[in-house]
Design a protein around this ligand. Structure first.
Ligand SMILES: Nc1ncnc2c1ncn2[C@@H]1O[C@H](COP(=O)(O)OP(=O)(O)O)[C@@H](O)[C@H]1O
Ligand SMILES: CC(C)(COP(=O)(O)O)[C@@H](O)C(=O)NCCC(=O)O
Length: 327
């Protein structure tokens, strides 16, 4: 068989048998067309998570095309709704429901920054100004309950969440309910905040970000299949990187948190400011090796292929390649 040295042709051939279109950063960035850059360097700085490297170039090259694509998807969904209403006739006077976007990926991969940037960029389009962001950590079981179930060292694994409540939350938002609320998690106290709720009032777009948002539904106690969170998504994004890089980012962030958030007298991790950096890092390494890495490999990474878009980061946190699901 003749071979070709042209990588784009090779990719095209491989692409024929893949449900995704693979794009380099350069190819992707050309797709922003004339979408204006609505954020200043200061605003980007404010949105950046600890350890993340996001600057205006990254916003322009990666996030503007993404915001343009999502705006097109929201518009096309509105047209589909019109078709559905025509079909439904008398019953078809349904008002729109929020467009739901899931953002998945490992602990420390930078999904929070991706989700926060998207919220800001999407809210600047006049067609959908009301964009809400909810993280799934609010649906973690409280520490007391995790302890009762012997799950304290499984935080972030699918079984550490109240998955029914999480799915019900997204289902209610997607159904167009006027007011839906979620519990709130605090990284500071490492627990659910008693009595605190976050309320969502029928936004134009809901972004739901978390480790396990693309997990398929578990069968119920009767063994029957249930509806899962991702069944309510209109679009989903998986933030991806090499496991070695994510591990390094996790330790770098831990070191920074030790100098900042952990110093707070209320911080659950305050004790790691009182020991040597090496001892503190031993704890971080244990956490990575026994909790976050196994969860990434067993539960999170296998959901990558269920997303609509994979953002693949290089060792410097910058997105290098993207895979977009074909329709
Ligand atoms: N122990 C901690 N104390 C304070 N903030 C934390 C702590 N652990 C993580 N964070 C912050 O919580 C957010 C979510 O972190 P994480 O779930 O690892 O997702 P990601 O890094 O993909 O955004 C990040 O902004 C991170 O900086
Ligand atoms: C709170 C998390 C489970 C992430 O929750 P998510 O919002 O992704 O559902 C995670 O950031 C975490 O704290 N993991 C526990 C192990 C650790 O401290 O690294």
């Amino acid at each position: 068989m003749p071979t070709t040295a042209d990588p784009s042709q090779q990719r095209r051939r491989a692409g024929d048998s893949s449900p995704f279109v693979d794009l380099t950063r350069t190819e992707w960035s050309a797709l922003r067309e004339n979408t204006p850059l609505p954020l200043t360097a200061e605003e980007v700085e404010r949105l950046r998570g600890l350890g993340d490297v996001i600057d205006l170039d990254e916003v322009r090259d990666v996030y503007l095309p993404l915001s343009r694509l999502l705006n097109l998807y929201v518009g096309a969904t509105g047209q589909l709704r019109g078709a559905l209403n025509t079909f439904l006739g008398e019953k078809g006077a349904q008002r729109g429901t929020p467009f739901v976007i899931g953002v998945a990926g490992s602990v420390a991969v930078g999904k929070s920054t991706t989700a926060r940037l998207l919220r800001e960029l999407l809210a600047r389009w006049p067609e959908h100004p009301r964009v809400e962001l909810v993280t799934t950590d609010g649906f973690l079981l409280p520490n007391a309950e995790l302890q009762r179930r012997g799950l304290m060292s499984r935080k972030g694994f699918p079984e550490s969440y109240d998955r029914r409540a999480l799915t019900r939350f997204v289902a209610d938002v997607k159904a167009g309910k006027a007011e839906v609320s979620a519990p709130v998690y605090s990284h500071l106290i490492y627990d659910i905040v008693p009595g605190e709720r976050l309320t969502v009032h029928r936004p134009d777009i809901l972004i739901i970000e978390g480790l396990n948002v693309l997990q398929p539904a578990l069968p119920g106690e009767d063994g029957r299949t249930r509806v899962g969170l991702a069944d309510f998504f209109d679009f989903s994004i998986y933030v991806d990187a090499r496991t070695d890089d994510i591990e390094r980012w996790y330790y770098d962030r831990f070191k920074k948190l030790r100098e900042t958030a952990f110093q707070d007298p209320e911080s659950y991790f305050r004790r790691y400011t009182q020991v040597s950096e090496e001892e503190a890092l031993d704890f971080a390494r244990r956490n990575w090796r026994t909790i976050n890495e196994p969860n990434l490999l067993e539960n999170v990474a296998p959901t990558r292929g269920r997303s609509n878009l994979i953002l693949r980061k290089g060792p410097d946190h910058k997105v290098q390649r993207l895979s977009l699901r074909k329709l």
